[in-house]
Design a protein around this ligand. Structure first.
Ligand SMILES: NC(=O)C1=CN([C@@H]2O[C@H](COP(=O)(O)OP(=O)(O)OC[C@H]3O[C@@H](n4cnc5c(N)ncnc54)[C@H](OP(=O)(O)O)[C@@H]3O)[C@@H](O)[C@H]2O)C=CC1
Ligand SMILES: O=C(O)[C@@H]1CCC=N1
Length: 269
């Protein structure tokens, strides 16, 4: 990959930039950044990561091999209108924008190789769970470059474009569900007298340990759950409380709502 231009300089762009630089997939000088108007943010990013900024003449856009679209869905049409006249015919596009289809991107930037990915903010530490879908104009070399880039920020799975709505609901938004659960567990622990420090450490280790058990044993979550659950014991009592408050139905509704919103955001943009 020669040069990359990030269009949008928010938290997702930062997470990916941090990931690719930490993993030395690209050199900082080959990574360019632009946004709409927040110059302070651009200076911060330049100072923090040593990356380059897109100049007024838009030279980096003209020479870019890959454009990463990282605006909010509502801003993408305007952003595409701003950049399209500068792009060279060979420039490929990687969008991380929730909901916005390849068709919409093609309308804005012309027929060209396009990949859509849904990473998550754990990209910052190389632990993203990303889905990706690519159009027919992505050749095998570019496909490998995109998969290498996304692998540098975590795990990546190829999916059909329509499935990206579910990926968005599941792993794009997923870290927020986990953090919400951590907040709830902490509140419950602290209400019962545990100190913040003790509660936080035990919860983080419980999540890490459970994730590592799933990964390393390869066992089904149901079996691992049953191994914890002594008949008539504490876990059974806790799980019953979750079931009586429709835990699984609540999770279904959570994913349904997020997926529906992903489709709406695509339709609105
Ligand atoms: N946050 C997350 O966990 C994830 C987010 N995503 C997706 O990533 C995208 C970005 O999210 P996030 O980083 O949180 O958003 P932010 O609001 O943090 O950043 C949006 C960026 O887009 C820029 N922007 C707006 N309009 C334009 C324009 N016309 N031209 C150039 N840049 C523009 C903004 O610039 P300025 O500040 O100057 O207005 C800002 O830098 C979203 O589409 C989201 O769906 C995907 C996976 C996970
Ligand atoms: O909340 C959002 O819309 C974005 C997409 C996935 C995570 N954050």
């Amino acid at each position: 990959m020669g040069t990359i231009v990030f269009v949008g300089a928010g938290s997702m762009a930062e997470a990916i930039i941090a990931g690719i630089l930490n993993n030395e997939v690209m050199q900082a000088k080959d990574v360019y950044l632009m946004n709409k108007s927040d110059d302070e943010r651009l200076s911060f990013m330049q100072k923090t990561y040593g990356i380059s900024l897109v100049c007024q003449e838009r030279i980096a856009l003209r020479e870019a091999d890959l454009i990463v679209l990282a605006t909010k869905p509502k801003d993408i049409k305007e952003a595409m209108r701003d950049i399209t006249r500068f792009l060279n015919d060979d420039a490929a596009v990687l969008s991380v924008i929730a909901g916005v289809s390849m068709e919409t991107i093609e309308k804005g930037l012309g027929k060209r190789p396009i990949a859509r990915s849904m990473p998550n903010t754990s990209a910052t530490i190389g632990k993203s769970a990303s889905g990706v879908s690519m159009n027919d104009l992505v050749d095998s070399t570019l496909r490998k470059q995109i998969l290498d880039l996304l692998s540098s920020i975590g795990v990546v799975k190829e999916v059909q474009e329509d499935e990206l709505h579910t990926v968005t609901a599941l792993s794009g938004s997923g870290p927020a569900y986990i953090y919400f659960m951590v907040e709830a567990l902490e509140e419950a622990a602290i209400a019962r007298g545990l100190s913040n420090d003790v509660a936080r450490e035990l919860i983080i280790q419980t999540f890490e340990g459970a994730a590592a058990m799933l990964r390393q044993t390869g066992e089904e979550p149901e079996l691992l759950r049953k191994n914890v659950t002594s008949p008539g014991g504490t876990t059974e009592a806790g799980l019953k409380a979750l079931e009586s408050r429709l835990f699984k139905e609540t999770i279904q509704e959570c994913i349904n709502s997020a997926e529906r919103r992903s489709r709406e955001l695509g339709a609105l943009s």
